[in-house]
Design a protein around this ligand. Structure first.
Ligand code: SIN
Ligand code: FE
Length: 330
């Protein structure tokens, strides 16, 4: 049974000429028992006062430039507000795929100079997204070691998640948008500086968000532009409903695996800094029917991959699936 702590007030996100109904993401202090209930039901929650990244509360562009070391950082460059993820590995599978962002590698100092040179919100934008690694300087190591690992491990063990895979550091400009997508890992998203507005959608919204095929470079991303939806091409977008919430410094958002999310850096600060904690999926002890929406997404991904592997050509997948379904299961 899914826990339900819904806020009565309904918000509406205005896309082009229709609006998406939103409930507020529940928000509770870490000691509130509803935090554990929601996380164990794989429902999102904003946790306050967890102190997960309290040791990093003073991080700023200047502080990081001074202390993060000489390592190189992945910095994405975009001509628009949007930074839509794509897989390099899957680029060959789609002819004439034009990457919507460009990946640059640079030192943090160089990134800081670049971000400070970009003030006009309509001009080119950049977004640093780099897993924290052992190239960071001693102060950052100290703050990292002093993250509230006890609380993180409580969530990990209490919910049988797999191992921590990475801590992604995100440093961006106000107005940057990560378009709607899902990840295949559990995510504790910790905000350090500035704030971010999240739109979340349950995995049962699959049909309403039209993900790209699994072999496509934009796998796991929605084809729908939520700010300007083409509902002739994607009519089910009209049925979309989701959750909305803003995370500020010290807040942690639990984004359950397979939950869709779109993220926008709010224009409340010059620099926006977050660190996320990605955990592998937990192992499933016992399959219960009917399967959950999450399990169905996992299953559909496996079926797509299997068809592609057996057929050997992405262009054969759609005709094969049509042959299987049309007039038989329709
Ligand atoms: C973002 O903060 O821009 C993206 C975070 C995520 O997708 O996990
Ligand atoms: Fe994500």
């Amino acid at each position: 049974m899914a826990a339900s702590y819904e806020n009565e007030s309904e918000n509406r996100f205005n896309g082009n000429s229709f609006s998406i109904p939103f409930q507020e993401i529940p928000r509770f202090p870490k000691s509130d028992k509803r935090v554990n209930e929601l996380i164990s039901c794989k429902e999102p929650v904003i946790v306050t006062g967890s102190d997960l990244v309290g040791s990093a509360s003073h991080w700023s562009l200047d502080y990081l430039a001074e202390n993060i070391g000489d390592g190189t950082f992945n910095v994405y460059k975009s001509a628009s507000r949007k930074f839509k993820y794509y897989s390099d590995k899957k680029m060959q599978a789609v002819h004439e795929f034009a990457p919507p962002t460009q990946l640059l590698e640079m030192r943090f100092q160089e990134f800081m100079k670049l971000i400070r040179s970009k003030t006009n919100t309509n001009s080119e934008r950049i977004y640093l997204q780099q897993a924290l690694n052992n190239s960071v300087g001693p102060n950052i190591v100290h703050e990292f070691v002093n993250f509230n690992w006890a609380w993180a491990s409580e969530q990990q063990q209490g919910n049988s998640w797999g191992q921590l895979t990475s801590n992604l550091l995100l440093v961006g400009m106000p107005g940057n948008v990560t378009p709607v997508h899902y990840d295949e890992q559990e995510n504790l998203f910790a905000q350090i500086r500035g704030s971010k507005r999240f739109l979340l959608f349950h995995p049962d919204q699959f049909e309403n968000l039209y993900p790209y095929p699994v072999h496509h470079p934009h796998d796991r991303q929605s084809q729908v532009d939520l700010e300007n939806p083409d509902y002739e091409q994607f009519p089910n977008v009209r049925n979309l409903h989701g959750y909305e919430g803003v995370v500020g410094p010290g807040d942690v958002l639990y984004i359950p695996m397979y939950w869709w999310h779109q993220v926008e850096s709010c224009p409340d600060s010059e620099e926006n800094i977050s660190v996320n904690f990605w955990y592998m999926a937990g192992s499933v002890e016992k399959i219960e029917h009917p399967l959950s929406a999450q399990q169905k997404v996992a299953m559909s991904r496996n079926i797509e991959k299997m068809c592609l592997e057996a057929l050997g050509d992405p262009s054969e997948v759609a005709p094969f699936m049509k042959m299987l379904v049309l007039g038989r299961y329709t």
